[in-house]
Ligand binder design. Structure first.
Ligand code: URQ
Ligand code: ZN
Ligand code: ZN
Length: 485
């Protein structure tokens, strides 16, 4: 008998924070769901009671951008779906949306089945965006199957990574139009892959082969061109669009301009891009500089204010991590040629603490805005709301009890990720999870991780229908379908 099916959990004495408001309330969970939110709730016999006095009780974080167990640039990321979701839970994130990335010409459904198999070991709930890396009749057909039968309602397009997974405009146009037909959200990695390729050659021709060449080959203009192009294509086709890892002011401004004229464009910001700058690429140690090679690259510091302003203004909507961890020996693949350094950094465990410390403690975000950008908006945009992303009766019992006065120094020495680097190394934050609850079970308690391999569930995300929700997105016609394992 699964104990989660019978034991109750009462979180008492805390302040509940949802995206719309904060209020004093207890939270009662039973059989994996929140069953009551209110003051003075009684604990049923045998219930576990968590004292949340002086703490916040918030929806578990949703990270809409991770790459666990990703085969990429000749190697595979160090975190698999178990270690990566365990790290997420340790940081208060209770759901991830990862990516199925088919090889060009590989049937989408084949790749989807492979990734579903890999993800079986997850210990937190997970969904998949499916990448469109080529175009053909079978892609058109498989997109329909994925939406109608597999609960995929978002399709990713890499505009970078020429000679690998890069989409040309023909693929973008065909796939965006198909997504609109299906009620799915197209998302883009917006960098002009042709320009990146040419600038990489130019750097190397000038004898620049070290990691310092990485940001030089991907300046903000290369990202902004692709962001503007993707937004323009979406505008002509009248399809919503979600831009992942917006890293620079120019892209944020392009999104703001489009939204100001009523276009449905949504933006995602990585925790890393909010606090790490491009000085890392000039570090004398190859290992340190290479550890920070990810795309789009960490930018000159002034871009960070534009990203914070975007989150505050509401034209950037979600935060993520793009958790994609490679260790030093893997990063060494590019020792003689920076364009071969596997792109990716970690952060799935640190995202909430970094956003709280830099966002709420600084006064940039209210606690409710923190919940919006770490959980609720991702749930709404990818049609998991209100099952996920809010503390309310009927929602999944995915919660984080947040101690706003506890401090922690983020470090590779204490992280749960299997990566061997931490891009937030040495950063001392105030405000960390004291408890994480997943499916109504205590999975993290004051540093003690109590995860169960394979306990995570695949999240089916229905397509959007013809009506609109609070974010201007087409709200789900169908209720989120039952949980499947
Ligand atoms: O581009 C991505 O999002 C994947 C391949 C992770 N790597 C990265 O550098 N962002
Ligand atoms: Zn990307
Ligand atoms: Zn990514």
């Amino acid at each position: 008998m699964n104990t989660a099916q019978t034991s109750a959990l009462l979180i008492r004495g805390g302040t509940v924070v949802n995206a719309d408001r904060s209020f004093r309330a207890d939270v009662l969970c039973q059989d994996g769901q929140i069953v009551a939110v209110g003051e003075g709730l009684q604990a049923p016999a045998g219930a576990t009671v968590v004292d949340a006095g002086g703490q916040y009780v918030m929806p578990g974080g949703i990270d809409p951008h991770t790459h666990m167990q990703l085969p990429f640039m000749g190697t595979v990321t160090r975190d698999d779906f178990f270690s990566g979701t365990a790290a997420a839970l340790a940081g208060g994130t209770t759901s991830i949306i990862d990516f199925v990335i088919p090889d060009p010409q590989q049937p989408l459904l084949d790749a989807y089945k492979t990734w579903r198999g890999w993800a079986e070991k997850s210990c937190a709930d997970y969904g998949f965006h499916v990448a469109i890396t080529w175009w053909g009749d079978s892609v058109h057909a498989d997109m329909g199957t994925l939406v109608r039968e597999e609960g995929v309602n978002s399709f990713k397009h890499f505009m970078a990574y020429k000679n690998a997974i890069m989409c040309d405009d023909e693929t973008l146009v065909n796939s965006f139009r198909r997504a609109l037909e299906l009620g799915a959200m197209p998302t883009v990695h917006a960098e002009n892959g042709e320009l990146v390729f040419l600038l990489q050659q130019e750097m190397k021709n000038q004898g620049i082969t070290g990691p310092e060449g990485h940001p030089l080959s991907r300046p903000p203009a290369v990202e902004a061109e692709a962001a503007q192009r993707a937004i323009a294509i979406a505008d002509v086709l009248n399809v919503p669009i979600y831009v992942v890892h917006v890293s620079c002011a120019e892209s944020a401004e392009a999104i703001a301009r489009a939204r100001a004229k009523g276009q449905r464009v949504y933006g995602e910001v990585l925790a890393g891009h909010l606090v790490v700058d491009d000085s890392v690429y000039r570090h004398p140690s190859y290992e340190v500089a290479a550890a920070h090679v990810m795309s789009p690259p960490f930018r000159e510091k002034s871009h960070q204010q534009a990203l914070w302003r975007g989150l505050q203004a509401g034209h950037l909507h979600t935060t993520a991590t793009d958790h994609c961890t490679f260790c030093a020996e893997q990063k060494a693949i590019g020792k003689a040629d920076f364009s071969k350094i596997p792109n990716g950094t970690g952060g799935v465990e640190e995202r909430l603490a970094v956003l709280w410390d830099e966002g709420v403690n600084s006064g940039r975000l209210t606690p409710s805005e923190f919940v919006a950008v770490t959980s609720a908006n991702a749930a709404k945009l990818f049609n998991l709301y209100p099952r996920k992303g809010c503390v309310a009766a009927g929602a999944d019992a995915d919660l984080v009890v947040w101690d706003p006065s506890a401090t922690k120094t983020l470090s590779v020495k204490t992280q749960h990720s299997l990566g061997d680097y931490n891009i937030f190394e040495g950063k001392t934050v105030t405000g960390v999870p004291s408890h994480t609850i997943s499916q109504g079970r205590l999975v993290y308690v004051q540093g003690d991780l109590r995860v169960e391999r394979g306990s995570g569930r695949y999240l089916k995300r229905p397509p959007f229908g013809p009506t609109f929700d609070a974010l201007g997105r087409k709200a789900a016609l169908a209720k989120p379908t039952a949980v499947t394992r």
